[in-house]
Design a protein around this ligand. Structure first.
Ligand code: NAP
Ligand code: F7E
Length: 344
């Protein structure tokens, strides 16, 4: 069972697990505009069992375990945007932090043999580092999001050590793809650069261009999540590429891919700066390589190309009258969704 199946990682992980022969369940919450476009885009929507639940409703999480009777739970759902966590710190604490405990409690009561993956984050290291980070580096969160993730990290360890639950933290550094939300900086750049190249936009407004991130490719990273739950012992692992690049470099490469000079279009706008930012992140994935046999397959330049080319193609198709998958009416046949009524 995957929480967050409608998000970037959830969709790629679901596809990966289906290809391995898994029966996949995923929770979805009621939204005024349904959000199944990633599952439809990957052509897996019809192969997934969708269960209604919300992270702030702990009984719905317990119910989702009963319905799925899962062997493995991948807890990916969260309020995942750092910028929003400064605007909505309390709800971020509930959704990104406390819900980890709700899920662990549900597992402890329903079936303590379930293997549990927690989507931890490199944000827990916070700002002020200048060297490559591993599982033993100090944590100093610099945002409400990071503080909530650090709480989830420790609760995962507490349930592992205190209740013997097979619970792992994947400390994932940034990972991106054409399924990334448009508010994250990489997709904002690839999407706007593509529109600029086609004459649909004339500028790109960004915040801190000096921030450095270790950017990997999301489909590579979901494989690591699965590997952690197949490992003989539950443990915590850094997943990264061990390379770091500035936001400025991401701009430069993206526009270069389109034959343009980024400096002609990118403007700095103070609205996109955060009250606190993490200026440097770079991850050492040696432990994952040695223990899990995992390593990244896609490096920075290839990632930029994948994202820019895909956004360009989508906008070209749009210019030719095609609809984006997320513009299509994507409300599913209601009988496809498991409801408590249908279950009984
Ligand atoms: P994402 O695209 O933002 O997806 C977040 C998912 O959480 C969506 O499915 C969303 O559902 C769901 N969700 C949010 N609030 C919920 C609630 N109250 N109840 C139920 N579901 C809720 O995030 P992602 O990039 O796939 O990341 C997956 C996880 O990894 C997150 O926990 C994120 O914090 C963490 N992480 C991400 C990265 C990265 O670089 N991508 C790195 C480290 C850690 P809706 O579709 O209904 O909104
Ligand atoms: O920002 C800077 C911004 O929002 C990256 C999430 O998946 O990865 C992600 O968090 C950097 C920051 O990702 C803009 O200030 C400049 O320094 O793409 P981002 P993030 O904050 O690193 C971690 C690992 C997670 O766990 C999170 O869930 O880019 N930046 N100008 C900008 N960022 C945005 N979004 N928009 C700008 O205009």
């Amino acid at each position: 069972m995957i929480t967050g199946i409608t998000g970037q990682d959830g969709a790629y992980l679901a596809k990966f697990l289906l290809e391995k022969g898994y029966e996949v369940y995923g929770i979805y919450r009621r939204l005024s505009t349904p959000n199944f476009w990633r599952l439809q885009y990957l052509e897996i929507f019809d192969r997934i069992n969708l269960v209604p639940a919300d992270l702030t409703d702990e009984f719905s999480l317990l119910e989702s375990l009963k319905i799925s009777d899962a062997d493995e739970v991948y807890h990916l759902a969260a309020q995942s945007f750092v910028g929003t966590s400064f605007e909505q710190p309390t709800s971020t604490a509930h959704v990104t932090g406390v819900a980890v405990t709700s899920m662990l409690e549900a597992i402890r009561h329903y079936n303590p043999h379930i293997r549990f993956y927690q989507a931890s984050s490199s944000e827990i290291y916070g700002d002020g580092h200048t060297t490559i980070l591993n599982e033993n580096s100090p944590f100093k969160p610099s945002s409400p999001y990071a503080a909530a993730k650090l709480y989830g990290y420790w609760m995962t360890r507490i349930y592992r050590e205190g209740y013997d639950i097979f619970a792992c933290n994947g400390i994932l550094f940034n990972h991106e793809s054409p399924l990334r939300g448009l508010e994250f900086v990489t997709r904002k750049i690839s999407n706007t650069a593509a529109k600029i190249a086609l004459g649909l936009e004339d500028e790109l407004l960004l915040g801190n261009l000096d921030a450095k991130r270790d950017w990997g490719y999301a489909p590579d990273y979901v494989e690591a999540m699965h590997m952690m739950l197949q490992h003989k012992e539950p443990d915590d692992f850094v997943i990264a590429t061990a390379e770091t690049h500035t936001v400025r470099e991401f701009c430069e490469k993206s526009f270069e891919e389109l034959g343009l000079d980024w400096q002609d279009y990118v403007k700095v706008d103070k609205r996109f700066f955060r009250p606190l930012d993490v200026n440097y992140l770079c991850g050492d994935y040696s432990k994952a390589r040695e223990n899990l046999g995992w390593q990244p397959k896609t490096k920075f330049e290839e990632l930029v190309k994948i994202m820019v080319r895909e956004d360009l193609e989508r906008w070209e198709r749009w210019q030719n009258g095609e609809k984006f998958p997320w513009d299509a009416s994507n409300y599913p046949d209601e009988t496809k969704l498991i409801t408590r009524a249908l279950r009984s």
